[in-house]
Each structure stands twice: as C-alpha cells, then as structure tokens.
Design a protein around this ligand. Structure first.
Ligand code: CP3
Length: 345
C-alpha cells in the first residue's frame, strides 16, 4: 500500500512540501479516450449518479497524470438539479435551462434541500474514493454568481445581459437569488466535507464579467458569507478560483479562501506581490500552451515555477483542460513540475 501524499493539503496551508503539488482543473473529461468511451453509454449526470463509474472517472486522471489531488467528478449544476431547477448539459455548449429565472416568482423556484437525502450517490462516491485514493480529494461547487449566470441566462452567455438587467434593475430579486444560491452552496459544500472531501474549491468562473465596484456591491457580501460559514464548520482548506480576475484579485482574497486560483492573464509574481504572503496561490499555465510545441510549453512551465519561490503554491492550469489536449503532454507537465526543487521559505 502506498503512503498518503499530502503535499497538496500542505501547500494549501502554506507548509513545506516534498514536491510542488500539481493537479489540473477538468482533469477528467473529453480529452481522455477512456472517458469518451464511458460517455457513449452514459450521460454526464448518469456518471455522477453511478458511484462505481463516477469513482473510476475521478481516479483515471490521478493515476495517468500522477496528480497530487483528485477532484470529485461532477458538475457545478449537480446541486442545482436537487434544488428544483431542471437543466440539461448539452455537448459542446454546457448547462442549459429551458425556463430561466428572470422574475421574483422564478427565483422562488430555487428550494433549499437536504443533500444527504437528495444526493446519496454523491456521498457514496466520496466514501468509495476515500478508500481508493492516496492523494487528497477535492470537493467543489459553482459560486453563486457563476451559477446565476446559467440560471438567469438559460445557458452560456457572452454579455450576461439578463443577469445584468436583473442585477441593476431589480436588486432585491438579484440579492434574493444570490442568498438562496449561497445558502444552497453552504449546505452542499458542508455535505461534501462531511462525506469525506478534504478540500473544497469554489469555481467563480464567470466573475470576470463584472466591474470591481459591482463585484463589491452585488456579489462579494454573499461570497464572504459562503466562505465564513464553511470556515466556521470545517477546517478543510478552501480554494477560490475565477477567470479574468486581474481587476478583482484583492477582492477575491478579501471575500475568502486559503488558496486563490489565478488565471493565465495575471503573472503569478504579480498576484503574489498584490496578495501578500498570507494566502496560497494556484495556477496558472494557459490551457492553450498544452497545444504548443514542447519546447515553448516547457519554457513557460519553468517561467511559472521560477516566480513561485515561497511555500503555498499549487501548480495548475489557469482554467480547465481543453478537449483537444493530449494526456501525455499533461503528464509531461506534471513530471516537469515534480522534478523542480520545492520552495524553501
Ligand atoms: O475537473 C474535473 O475533472 C471534475 C469535473 C468537472 C466538470 N465540470 C465535469 C464536466 C468540474 C470541476 C466542472 C465544473 C464546471 N462546470 C464549471 C467550473 C469550472 C470551469 O471550467 O470554469 C463550469 C463553468 C461548468 C459548466 C459546464 N459543464 C461547462 C462549461 C461544460 C462544458 C460544455 C462542453 O461540452 O464543452 C460542462 C459539461 C461538463 N462538465 C463536461 C465535463 C467533463 C464536458 C464533457 C461532457 O459533456 O461529458
């Protein structure tokens, strides 16, 4: 039996590590032939609701990539279905909702539920994974704003026009929606931690669409409540990630999380300078660089590593793995990171 590799958890807590931990956002998915084969007979949500298959899909990249953490295979929409909003995940598009939430009456459709009763198979998957894994298991949720983007728009969006018209035009309804999603995600994250998740990542993928002042008015109080509530009930590390967040970094840190995920548009050295030493950083190779010639990609990985000389660093991409990715290249990146000298301070 192999010993437990806790480098990821140690890095989250800014403790010293034996090697720089690495995992990849969306490390399980369409780029893997094994995943595509499973998806021929099962939908994404079928996988999520079938513990042995979900366990297999979660474990696959951990072994193939020598990742220092596993992330529960699921989607940000999993708890939303349980909360009474029907959705469909369309291939190549993403989550779609036929009856989007646009009015106060629509927003009232979002119910608070007991995830223990609603999602017993998720609990079972987490338990199975904990028996199998020798690296930590990350649970996750979508942040209220990013979830609202799907719920209000009805699907992926470029300009978030419906979101913004609700936010500015009917702030009472907007805040009610954010409160309701925040309550739901607090329960859902606690549920995952109680089931055995050893770290929790909050994905605020679309938050970069807001100006900093709007983030502070319409989103940040809810994010703060979310992080504080989880912090009060569990000591698992919390990771806070968003895309296009160069203008928001200080506010994201202030909202909460022991680890801030940085996308590739902001240099890690700049993020470290702006956020200070009392937070861990995660990121931030452009997922597009996985498609670049090897020399160029390796040089960029080295450049990223050279900027992170302090404890409290987790290597990752700046956003999720692209479907065109070759798994062997991801493995090469992981090997390169693992071969680097870990930070000493
Ligand atoms: O990282 C992992 O390995 C865990 C799996 C995971 C999925 N979704 C599975 C999935 C995670 C962490 C997510 C989170 C998620 N889902 C986010 C936040 C992270 C991010 O990338 O910003 C968002 C915004 C979503 C919403 C969503 N679901 C999108 C945009 C898509 C892709 C649509 C497409 O087909 O390109 C999905 C579907 C989805 N979720 C897939 C996977 C593996 C695509 C493959 C499939 O349909 O089988």
């Amino acid at each position: 039996m192999s010993t437990f590799n806790d480098n990821f958890l140690r890095a989250c807590r800014r403790e010293s590590v034996d090697r720089i931990p690495v995992w990849f956002m969306r490390q399980a998915g369409r780029y893997q032939p094994e995943y595509r084969k499973i998806r021929k007979s099962l939908s994404l949500m079928d996988i999520v609701h079938t513990p042995d298959v979900c366990t297999e899909v979660t474990l696959l990249p951990v072994k193939q990539l020598d990742a220092d953490a596993a992330i529960l295979f699921s989607d940000i929409m999993t708890p939303i279905g349980a909360m009474g909003v029907d959705f469909e995940i369309r291939e190549g598009i993403g989550p779609c909702i036929d009856n989007p939430l646009r009015t106060a009456t629509d927003v009232a459709r979002v119910r608070q539920v007991d995830f223990e009763t609603e999602l017993p198979h998720v609990k079972e998957t987490i338990a199975m994974l904990r028996r199998e894994l020798s690296v930590p298991l990350i649970g996750f949720c979508g942040a209220p704003y990013t979830l609202a983007c799907y719920l209000v728009e009805g699907g992926p969006s470029k300009h978030y026009a419906h979101v913004k018209s609700m936010m500015y035009g009917d702030p009472t309804t907007w805040h009610r929606l954010m409160e309701s999603l925040t309550d739901g995600m607090i329960d859902y994250l606690r549920f995952q931690a109680d089931a055995g998740a050893q770290a929790l990542q909050v994905f605020d993928s679309w938050i970069g669409s807001l100006a900093a002042s709007d983030y502070r008015t319409y989103v940040k109080p809810h994010m703060r409540r979310l992080f504080e509530a989880i912090r009060a009930s569990t000591d698992v590390p919390l990771l806070h990630f968003g895309v296009n967040t160069g203008h928001l970094l200080e506010d994201l840190k202030d909202a909460g999380g022991q680890v801030i995920g940085i996308d590739w548009r902001t240099e890690l050295s700049e993020a470290r300078r702006r956020l200070g030493p009392d937070v861990a950083l995660q990121g931030n190779l452009d997922p597009g660089l996985i498609l670049a010639p090897a020399e160029q990609r390796r040089a960029r990985v080295d450049e990223i590593l050279s900027q992170m000389s302090m404890n409290g660093y987790i290597f990752n991409l700046g956003h999720g793995v692209l479907p065109m990715t070759d798994g062997a290249v991801l493995r090469d990146v992981a090997d390169q990171v693992h071969a680097a000298t870990p930070p000493t301070r």
